[in-house]
Structures are given as C-alpha cells and as structure tokens.
Write a protein that binds this ligand. Structure first.
Ligand SMILES: [Mn+2]
Length: 339
C-alpha cells in the first residue's frame, strides 16, 4: 500500500483508528498512538546514578568536583603543556583533589603549514595523555580524551591500512597521523569515550548535538549514526558563512532547537560544550577569541587550534552547580585564558 492511499483511507476512519492503522505501517507512529503501558515504561528509562561511571562510549560525571575542559590541540604541544601547567590538573588529581579533565578530541593530525605545531606534536600529546593516565593508576580515569572526528577517521584508516585495503599514499594529508600510528596508539584511540554527561547538566562532545539520538544509552552502545553526529555536526552558521556546503549542511548542520532537544534527552541537561568548529563562523557578537556562544545552551571552545596564538580559552566548571544557560559562564572564573 502506498502512502497516499493510507491518507485517503484515513479520511473515512476515526482519528484514532487512522493513527493506529497508519502507525502500523509507519512503525514508530504506532508507538506514539498506542497507550500500551509496557511501551510507556520502556520510554521512561532509568537515569544514571550520581557517581563516576564509564558506560561504553559515555562517561557519567558526578555532581561534585571541578571539571577542566580544553579542545582541539591538533598537535600544538606547547598549548597542551600550557593547559596542564595553568590548571595543575595532574597534580590536583595526584593530590586527591576532586578534579576532572576533559579534552574534547582532535589532538591528532597536524594541520598543514601550522607554524605552532611540530610535525610530531600530535604524537607527543597523545603519548603524554597515555602516560599520565597510566601514572595516575585508577585515578587516571579522571583525565579524559574524547574521540573527535580526527581520531575516529585515523582509527578507520589504520584498520584499512592493516587489511591492505588502502595504501599510505591514498591517505589525505588532513589525516596524516594515520600514517604514523602504532598499534598502541590505535588501541588507545579506538577505545576513547565519545561524550561526558555531568549529573548537574553539563554535556561534553567533540562536534555537536545528535538529532537522531533518543537516549544517552545509544552513546554508551556506540550507535554509529549517533556517534557520527556527535563527532561531525556543525552549527548552521557554518553553512551560511560558506564554511560548509549545502550538501554537508543537510548531513551535519544543526540549529539552536536541535541543541535544546538533544540536551533534554541527555537527562534534562542545560549546557553543551563542543570544539570542532571555529568560532569565526558565529556572528561577531557571539565570538570572543577562543570561545563562542551558540544559542543559549551551547559553548564552542577553541583552546588551541583556531584561536589566535595565546588567546585560546579553556573552561573550569563547578560540577556541583547547575548552569542554567551559557550566560552563567563568566570570564576569569569559568572562562579561563590559556595565555
Ligand atoms: Mn573536529
């Protein structure tokens, strides 16, 4: 039966029986129309407990402690070192302070012609993160690197190389780290989490919100479509500014309301922190050298790559506090300068 026929048939049915018969054919609609209590119970799934938890691709952060967030180093090892120095993050964790660090992905792949990134800067950052996690022992879980789109692509390219499906020469220079990866790098990058979910409503991912996601459990299970969106999405301004083209916009573009919808599904969260897209695509009044504000509930962070040298920003967030929107982040307090 083709859809126009359903619509026509519906004309002669009561609204409810129409919804159900159309729903049977359209799948999901049937669930919406049916008051089946089993289905309602399944929809109200349990929230995560208020404690640190790694559940597959998702890390849950408790409602206490300080969270330091940085983004997109792309091999700029001096900026990475400076971030560690300014936050004293490793010392804090070692001294049993209630501190957490999240790097929002894209530490790998040195950008062509970047004067601030040595040719092996990405490898040095990555190996430093691996070593810090190891040295900290069980508390190393507090020092996190999320998987950005660059880590994800490099992992995929490494697998293709090992299977002999592609040659080194076929790899685009944008993903140059894939050619320099060791098996240890690969194992580490493949296992990285995709997102953190703070119990007071702070969510961190590399790219942007997922429109396809209905539950954070899909991030935990590494649902491919959801993960792709979280790693690749860009705000709609990236389209209007010409940063991405029309075809990409339909695939990886999002709008203010998509951020709000996504946060609602992430246990009613209120603040989304991302990297990935330069703040230059935002209207001037929303971009402030190293940090940008997208709508009321998202912050675009540029700690290193993308920001003017030494002007990058990082965040220092109170995990016990609920930031109701991005206007509650103040310069000099939550918003810190790398320089
Ligand atoms: Mn990226």
């Amino acid at each position: 039966m083709r859809l126009p026929e359903i619509t026509e048939a519906g004309f002669y049915l009561s609204r409810r029986s129409f919804l159900i018969s159309a729903g049977i054919l359209l799948g999901e609609l049937a669930l919406e129309a049916s008051p089946n209590p089993l289905i309602l119970a399944a929809k109200q799934e349990k929230k995560y407990s208020d404690a640190y938890l790694r559940d597959g691709g998702l890390v849950v952060l408790p409602s206490h402690g300080t969270l330091y967030v940085a983004s997109d180093f792309h091999g700029r090892v001096d900026d990475y070192t400076q971030w560690l120095r300014k936050t004293s993050l490793v010392e804090r964790i070692r001294d049993d302070e209630d501190a957490y660090g999240v790097i929002l992905g894209d530490v790998v792949d040195v950008k062509q012609g970047d004067p601030y990134a040595p040719h092996d800067g990405d490898q040095r950052i990555l190996e430093s993160i691996m070593k810090i996690q190891e040295d900290l022992g069980p508390e190393g879980k507090r020092f996190m690197l999320l998987q950005g789109n660059h880590e994800a692509v490099d992992v995929m390219l490494y697998e293709l190389l090992k299977k002999g499906r592609i040659s080194q020469a076929m790899i685009d220079d944008a993903y140059n780290f894939a050619k320099r990866m060791s098996k240890e790098h690969y194992t580490f990058l493949k296992d990285l989490p995709i997102a953190t979910l703070g119990k007071q409503g702070v969510v961190c991912v590399h790219g942007g919100p997922s429109k396809k996601m209905s539950s954070p459990r899909q991030i935990a299970k590494m649902d491919k479509d959801v993960v792709d969106e979280l790693q690749w999405n860009r705000p709609h301004y990236a389209f209007s500014s010409g940063y991405i083209n029309k075809k990409e916009m339909s695939l990886i573009g999002y709008r203010f309301e998509d951020v709000d919808e996504f946060l609602k599904k992430m246990e009613e969260s209120t603040l989304l922190i991302t990297g990935h897209t330069t703040t230059r695509v935002l209207p001037k009044e929303d971009a402030h050298n190293g940090i940008g504000f997208y709508g009321k509930h998202q912050v675009l962070l540029e700690t290193s790559y993308g920001a003017d040298k030494g002007k990058g920003k990082y965040l220092s967030l109170d995990l016990s506090r609920r930031y109701k929107d991005n206007t509650e982040l103040s310069p000099g307090k939550e918003i810190q300068s790398l320089g």
